[in-house]
Design a protein around this ligand. Structure first.
Ligand SMILES: *[C@@H]1O[C@H](CO)[C@@H](O)[C@H](O)[C@H]1NC(C)=O
Ligand SMILES: *[C@@H]1O[C@H](CO)[C@@H](O)[C@H](O)[C@H]1NC(C)=O
Ligand SMILES: *[C@@H]1O[C@H](CO)[C@@H](O)[C@H](O)[C@H]1NC(C)=O
Length: 818
């Protein structure tokens, strides 16, 4: 009210001016003007209208002054004042017009008069600036440069003139400022200015208070919030958590083992922070060994890691964000050795053939060991089996030589399989071995050795000449010619000239052959030195003694020394005293036998006695004794045929005829001395003819057999047998080999020839032994005694009971036969 009253004075002048103007223009267009501030309270006086209309107070009721517009104003009937009747809001009435007036008419009656009243409404600062939106949202990229401007929505202030919006301010902050700009229509808007670069990574959003202030007094203000979202710019490179990653990894880890994870971070966000990893500048072979997960940075193995190939891998991993930024880190992977390599043994050289006389220390082989592992895993020791005559010597690092440690003997061991084992010191240790076969070559270091220290052989006499009688053998463990033994006779106690006719030895087989039939009675034993000699160079030899004992055969018949025949072939006689008592030693038959042993053990038998029982004969002594006293009827001359038989098998015998004369003096018997025993004993004669007939029949039978055999052999497909037969039987065969029975050689060749064919022909010529058949011109002095004497050679007596020729010699010829 005070404020309005103060304004009333200048208004009066204005009203006056308007009144004058209305007077000039006529009664109708009389104008009265007032000015009031807006928002006056109801009932407040705008002006004294009555006075301004020159109306007295008394007149008022008569004139019935009224306002055409009752909305805002009314007229006081008492005072004639124009009063505010309702709320007058300038902004409502006039909006944003700077001049605002309410025009209305006042109507008076008696007389009717119309007055034009203009009430100017003056603005008061009753409106604060107001932002329409609740807040302002802005997105500013962090990469925005300082100086960038962001025009903002303006605030509205309904007041005008000085009361209208004047300035925008912002709360103090380090990044932004605000300036107030005027748009062409005169309105003012705020403009945000970036003063200092933003960093989303430091502060991703900012909140500012924007204040709009008008020019009133006191000024009014309105605020709003500016919410600034700093958007990301890819302004950060990825950063690895470590510059270099180090890891140790056992070799031979399985495929896909996680090695490590590299980790890079990017402070940006979104795609700008999406990091992918990749190997950079790694050789392909290496990068193939490892797998890098591009998203997680996990490095896993993608192959077998071999310390021996590469002990350390250096990889460069690049991290790349969604933009252009990259970062690098080093990955250093140390491979830890495992004992996964067995040592290797490589034979450099070796001699396959080692002479058995090689010196100790001779190098046989040279080899090398290697272990690809390192450290203890690669430390190699070498050894060979213990039971062999070799040893290992280390020459230089990893080189070994195999040398001879003890003497070699091919005969004991001709071949060695040397196994060289190399083992490392890893845990567990690995080993490998190589075998080499060494052959020991032969040296003639062994002399032949006879299987017996000495040989004693027994050969029965009359052995077939040319037959083997013994075999010596020596062995020589050496190889080839060094062990090939040949035999020879180097010495003997025989006369060197005679030696060859006695024995020979086969050089190859060591079989000793008799070259002739031995005669026990001539040579009972002899000794040979045989040598076995190998063919080495130099040759080695050994001697052995071979003693040949010639055994006896019963090839000598007993020979009667007494009673001897007289020089004319007649028997001598012995006299017996007539009064000889029984047991009287009459005589003694003395016989010898050139054989020995049983073959020479003689026994005496009475073959024939003219008075049996008169004499007894000592079986072993040959003593002839009277068995009883001579009887009266006994003849004075007694004849006693005594057989002397040796103990051989079969036995040979000889006979002696004793002529015993009972007489008391020699003269008494002399006339009878020349008495020959009566040859014409009828019984003996008969026996003789029987024997002859029997022999004749036998000879005929044999001839028939021979003839049959000859025919059969001629047809047979065995010419060899035939020739054999022919050669031996036919008198036309060999030059001058007509059989000579007395020599005794032919029967042996028969036997030998036939023996080889024996199995096929089933026939033995021994049946034909010619010596069994006595020569035809025999003269048997006493056929009854089974003994025949050749009249050509009286030394030879044929005993028909044993078909071998025996010698029976007259005393004069006893030693002449040899
Ligand atoms: C993994 O190894 C296999 C076979 O050697 C090869 O084909 C593949 O490319 C490797 N992978 C990587 C990622 O190196
Ligand atoms: C050596 O080895 C070979 C082949 O394995 C074998 O035939 C031979 O009998 C072996 N020799 C010895 C002495 O072990
Ligand atoms: C063998 O006997 C011969 C002749 O007696 C002799 O020369 C040689 O030295 C002997 N050899 C040996 C090894 O005894």
């Amino acid at each position: 009210m005070q404020r309005s009253s103060r304004k009333a004075e200048p208004m009066k002048i204005q009203v006056l001016f308007l009144f004058l103007l209305s007077l000039l223009s006529g009664a109708i267009s009389q104008q009265i003007q007032y000015a009031i501030p807006e928002e006056l309270a109801r009932g407040l006086r705008v002006g004294n209208l009555a006075k301004d209309l020159k109306l007295s107070v008394q007149e008022l009721s008569a004139r019935k002054l009224r306002v055409s517009s009752e909305n805002f104003f009314s007229v006081s009937a008492e005072s004639g004042d124009l009063l505010v009747n309702g709320r007058i809001d300038r902004e409502e009435v006039c909006g944003r017009k700077s001049e605002c007036a309410l025009e209305f008419e006042m109507v008076a009656e008696n007389p009717m008069n119309v007055f034009h009243v203009i009430v100017a409404i003056q603005d008061i600062n009753d409106n604060a600036p107001r932002f329409t939106a609740k807040g302002i949202d802005l997105e500013i990229c962090e990469s925005a440069l300082p100086g960038v401007k962001f025009p903002l929505d303006s605030a509205q202030d309904a007041d005008v003139e000085s009361n209208s919006l004047k300035i925008y301010t912002i709360n103090s902050n380090e990044h932004f400022s605000v300036t107030t700009k005027e748009s062409p229509d005169g309105s003012k808007y705020p403009e945000l200015l970036l003063e200092k670069p933003l960093d989303r990574e430091q502060q991703s959003s900012h909140q500012l208070i924007l204040t709009a202030m008008d020019g009133g007094d006191p000024p009014l203000s309105g605020t709003t919030q500016i919410r600034i979202q700093v958007t990301d710019a890819n302004d950060n490179a990825p950063v690895f958590s470590q510059e270099t990653y180090r890891v140790s990894l056992q070799e031979n880890v399985p495929l896909g083992t996680s090695v490590l994870q590299v980790m890079a971070t990017d402070q940006d966000e979104g795609v700008n922070a999406e990091i992918t990893y990749a190997f950079l500048s790694a050789p392909t072979s290496t990068s193939l060994l490892f797998n890098l997960n591009p998203n997680t940075g996990d490095i896993t193995t993608n192959g077998t890691l071999d310390f021996e190939k590469t002990s350390r891998y250096m990889l460069v991993v690049e991290a790349k964000d969604g933009g252009v930024h990259t970062a690098h880190c080093n990955v250093q992977i140390e491979i830890v050795d495992e004992n996964d390599n067995a040592p290797e043994v490589t034979l450099m050289s070796y001699s396959n053939q080692i002479p058995e006389d090689s010196d100790l220390g001779t190098v046989i082989a040279l080899f090398k060991v290697r272990d690809r592992d390192s450290g203890q895993n690669g430390l190699v020791t070498c050894y060979i089996q213990e039971d062999i005559p070799f040893k290992l010597e280390s020459t230089s690092k990893n080189y070994y030589k195999l040398v001879i440690d003890s003497a070699l003997d091919r005969e004991q061991m001709a071949e060695y399989n040397v196994t060289i084992t190399a083992t490392d010191k890893g845990k567990p240790s690995l080993f490998s071995s190589t075998s080499v076969t060494l052959h020991i070559s032969d040296i003639n270091d062994n002399a032949p050795v006879f299987h017996q220290a000495s040989y004693v052989i027994h050969v029965a006499e009359n052995n077939p000449p040319g037959a083997s009688i013994a075999q010596v053998s020596a062995s020589d463990p050496d190889l080839g010619p060094n062990g090939r033994v040949s035999y020879s006779i180097v010495n003997s106690d025989l006369e060197p000239r005679a030696l060859a006719s006695y024995v020979s030895v086969s050089a190859q087989s060591g079989v000793v052959f008799a070259q002739r039939a031995f005669d026990h009675e001539q040579l009972r034993a002899f000794e040979l030195t045989l040598q076995a000699r190998d063919q080495g160079s130099p040759a080695l030899s050994a001697n052995v003694s071979l003693r040949v004992l010639v055994g006896d055969r019963n090839d000598n018949a007993p020979r009667v020394l007494y009673p001897a025949l007289g020089p004319d072939g007649s028997a001598l006689f012995d006299t017996v005293p007539r009064a000889a008592q029984p047991g009287y030693l009459v005589t003694k038959v003395v016989a010898v036998d050139a054989d020995s042993g049983h073959n020479a053990w003689l026994s005496y038998h009475v073959l024939q006695a003219s008075e049996p029982g008169l004499f007894s004969l000592g079986l072993r002594t040959g003593e002839v004794r009277t068995a009883r006293a001579l009887g009266d009827r006994d003849a004075a001359r007694q004849r006693l045929l005594v057989a002397v038989r040796d103990g051989g098998q079969p036995p040979l015998s000889a006979t002696a005829t004793l002529l015993l004369v009972f007489a008391d003096s020699l003269q008494e018997v002399l006339p009878d001395v020349s008495d020959r025993p009566a040859p014409s004993d009828p019984q003996a004669e008969l026996q003789f003819y029987l024997v002859v007939a029997l022999a004749l029949v036998s000879v005929l039978f044999l001839l028939a057999v021979i003839l049959a055999l000859a025919l059969r052999l001629r047809r047979s497909s065995h010419p060899a047998a035939w020739t054999c037969f022919l050669r031996d039987l036919s008198s036309k065969s060999g030059p001058g080999v007509l059989p000579s029975y007395s020599e005794g050689t032919l029967p042996y060749s028969y036997n030998m020839c036939v023996a080889s064919r024996l199995a096929k022909t089933e026939f033995t010529f021994s049946n034909l032994k010619p010596e069994m058949a006595p020569p035809q011109d025999l003269l048997c002095d006493n056929p009854s005694m089974d003994v025949c004497v050749s009249n050509e050679d009286p030394q030879i007596v044929y005993d028909s009971s044993f078909a071998s020729h025996v010698s029976f010699c007259k005393p004069a010829f006893i030693f002449s036969r040899a």
